[in-house]
Design a protein around this ligand. Sequence first.
Ligand code: ATP
Length: 246
Amino acid sequence: MIIGSRIHFFRQTASTMDECRSLARTGSIEGTVVSANFQGAGRGRFQRLWLSPSGENIQVSILLRPTITQLPYLNMAAALAASNTAREITGHHSEIKWPNDVQLAGKKLCGILIESEISGVEVDFAIIGIGLNVNLEPGRHEEIKNSASSLKQFCGRTVSRSQTFRILLKHLDYYYERIKAGESLTSEWASKLNMLGCNIQISFPGTNKPTINCKADSLNEDGSLSVRIDDGSMFTATAGEVTLRS
Ligand code: ATP
């Protein structure tokens, strides 16, 4: 088992990503895990705020030292691990919204953030950040009441965070071992994606790139999404925010 060889648990921290990055820069070993009961400045992509009341959910960052060719699979490993964890605990199948949201019944259960530091073609380290809603009650939070889900909602009871944590690390370790063995996770990941063939819109927050109206065509080995733009041309998206068009 690589993941969980060391576990640092904080009652409270600003960000498990920042704690994990400091550990990475000072030589901590691959598989080091940082988790917290509460993080004051949890963030998602594009510096968006991640909402997680103290003690309700799991926020965890995992330090890895993959090769550059293994890097694209980390996002897939995280999404598959969260999805399998949700199935093991709730019995429900979840879906993945490209590129990195895990959804239960169309609502976001888990956010994933991958950060890495690279020198030339060498990956110094990569960090997987996972925010998984365990006992969150979305109805109590105006900002996410219609868009978020939690394990508790699907179990109808309070869910053990420590058990969920162990299950999540177990699944993540399984997928990371496969990545290390040179396997691709793309087809398994793609089989859980929920928008292929749909009319979508892709926007690029934080950039001045224009929004694209298109149809999600296919996934590529590295997880990028090939789309057919409404004018008939093809485009490959490596990042962005996708919404369904009616
Ligand atoms: P999306 O594609 O869902 O708009 P994203 O992938 O760009 O989000 P993330 O980094 O995964 O963004 O998460 C940040 C967004 O998720 C916030 O803008 C907010 O809308 C939503 N959010 C924040 N906290 C939670 C939570 N606990 N559960 C579900 N959604 C949340």
